[in-house]
Structure formats: structure tokens, C-alpha cells
Design a protein around this ligand. Structure first.
Ligand code: SF4
Length: 305
């Protein structure tokens, strides 16, 4: 664990994989989501803001090449020798006709300085044709695909209107494994009425499905979402900063050392954040996790038998 973190961090993983400092650049390809456009539902996941988890992605009015050029320009002073990953972040990035997907992935891939592609999507949006395209992209560049599992508790999945069952995630993960494509699983900590054991079960579930990476994200209640309405009608427990950092550490201790940790907390749109307010101090939360891990001698995989 070269950058002295007691866990397998994304920055270390990318340094090892690509040989230098690597930065993700968010891309908004102008896709939508079947959980919003009526194919599955019109409501979306109850925590999802109108931006489809792409709060920091550029405007889809610009071409992908232009989005990447502008982002690179902004960062070139800070990291002149960095490599870049084009991160298809907003909404569901495998949900479009295959020709459009191919065109957009290649547009990113052909941009100067792009050394890899990351695609955020849903496990119910990978059919055989898309899988073939992903295999093709994987043969040309470094690729990983992210799935929003959020929880392995089927009751919570219904409550949050995730729109697919765990078995769909499992079968897609199996196909990705067979195809040799790296996967990342998103899990939200602090979902309504979940206790710590339920959250740990979700982490264990993703690990047993063979996920290569994990993103742990604190639940944010964003203004105007269905989650905000639920919270107002039937308030649920909001994790304190102390509870959150302890839970994250226990999750890390459950993770095998080879699983890459992409995120330990979340970025939200601070102007729209209802709760938890303490999460706005992202740097402080990360420092707290590192500090606690140090004093308790904690490390990734500590609780594995
Ligand atoms: S799948 Fe993603 S984009 Fe679609 S509603 Fe859920 S969080 Fe939003």
C-alpha cells in the first residue's frame, strides 16, 4: 500500500496500472436512465437528484471531446504529467442504441491524454451486444464498469426504488468476470432503516460477487428528492460523523486486500444538501477515518478469517 494508506486506494491502483498519477475526468454523454424515462419507472431511485448522480459532470451540450479538453486544461497546471480516465458518470451510460454508445466511447478514447475509460451504469442495462462492445473497448484501453448496487437488502432496494433484484446484479457480475472486465460496486451507507450489520452484508455481498472495486458513499438527503419527502414524513436515523467513520472502517476491514477502494465518502451538491450537514467537510471525514485507523491499528482485510 505505497501511499501509506492502510487500504488499497484508487490512486495507488492507477499508479500501478498506468505508471503515473491518473485523474478521472467526468463526462456527461447526454444519456438518460430507464428508472427515470418510464422503461422501469419514472420516479428514479429515491435519493437521485435530477442530475442522475452527475452533479459535477460538465454540460451535455458540449461534445465529449470538448468536455474532456476543457477539464484537462483546468488540471494541466496542477498535474502537468498526469494521465486521464474519461469517466462516463451522469445517468446510465450503457443505456442508448449500440451505435451511439460505440461512437461516444471512441470519441473519448481518441482524445489526447486519455488512458482509460470508466462507465457508470446499472446491471440491468448490459445486454449481449453491449457486453461485446465493452469487451472490444477493454481490448483497446483500460476499462472499468461501475454498478449502483447500493444495498443487498431486497426490502431496502424496493424502498429506494432501485428497480432490479439482486439476482440481476449477480448474473451481470458473472458475465463481466467471464469477459475479464474490471468492475466497481457502489454501496450507500446510511440508507433508511438499515443498521450497521445490513450495510456490512452489502459489502460482503459485493465481495462474494467478485467485485474488483468498491465505492462507499454516505447517503445524502438532497432537496426535492423523494428521499427528502420520506424523511419529512417518516424520519429515519441520520448517521453521525462518528458512526459513519466507524462503519466505514469496519467495511474496510471486511474487504479483501485486492479490492480497490474508489471512495470512502461522498460529494454532494452542498447547496441542495438537507442532511447530514457534517458531510460537507469531506476532507475532515477522510482525515478522521485515517486517524482512527491509525490509532486502532486497522487495515483492509483485518476482519477476514
Ligand atoms: S439508476 Fe442512477 S441515474 Fe437512474 S435513477 Fe437511479 S441513481 Fe438516478
Amino acid at each position: 500500500m505505497p501511499d501509506n494508506k492502510p487500504y488499497n486506494s484508487l490512486s495507488d491502483h492507477l499508479k500501478e496500472k498506468l505508471g503515473s498519477k491518473t485523474v478521472k475526468l467526468s463526462v456527461n454523454a447526454g444519456f438518460t436512465c430507464p428508472n427515470r424515462d418510464g422503461k422501469i419507472s419514472t420516479g428514479g431511485c429515491i435519493f437521485c437528484s435530477g442530475s442522475g448522480s452527475g452533479d459535477f459532470a460538465p454540460s451535455a451540450e458540449l461534445s465529449i471531446a470538448e468536455q474532456l479538453r476543457l477539464s484537462r486544461e483546468k488540471l494541466s497546471g496542477k498535474w502537468p504529467n498526469a494521465k486521464y480516465i474519461a469517466y462516463f458518470q451522469a445517468f446510465t451510460n450503457t443505456y442508448a442504441p449500440i451505435d451511439e454508445l460505440r461512437k461516444k466511447y471512441y470519441e473519448a478514447l481518441n482524445c489526447e491524454g486519455i488512458s482509460g475509460i470508466a462507465i457508470a451504469t446499472r446491471p440491468d442495462c448490459i445486454d449481449d451486444e453491449i457486453l461485446e462492445l465493452l469487451k472490444e473497448i477493454n481490448s483497446k484501453t483500460y476499462l472499468w464498469v461501475e454498478f449502483g448496487l447500493q444495498t443487498s437488502d431486497e426490502d431496502t432496494a424496493i424502498l429506494i426504488n432501485r428497480g432490479y433484484k439482486n439476482e440481476v446484479y449477480l448474473s451481470t457480475m458473472e458475465k463481466m468476470k467471464t469477459a475479464g472486465i474490471e468492475t466497481v460496486t457502489h454501496i450507500i451507507l446510511g440508507l433508511p432503516y438499515e443498521d450497521r450489520q445490513t450495510m456490512l452484508n452489502s459489502v460482503d455481498f459485493a465481495v462474494s460477487a467478485g467485485t474488483d472495486g468498491i465505492k462507499l458513499q454516505l447517503l445524502h438527503i438532497i432537496r426535492g428528492t423523494k428521499l427528502e419527502a420520506l424523511y419529512n414524513q417518516k424520519p429515519f436515523h441520520i448517521m453521525s460523523r462518528d458512526e459513519y467513520t466507524d462503519t466505514v472502517i469496519e467495511c474496510i476491514e471486511h474487504l479483501p486486500p485486492n479490492v480497490v477502494i474508489h471512495r470512502l465518502t461522498g460529494d454532494g451538491n452542498r447547496n441542495e444538501l438537507i442532511e447530514p450537514k457534517w458531510s460537507m467537510d469531506k476532507r475532515g471525514v477522510l482525515n478522521e477515518i485515517h486517524r482512527k485507523m491509525k490509532i486502532t491499528n486497522s487495515f483492509q482485510g483485518k476482519l477476514l478469517k
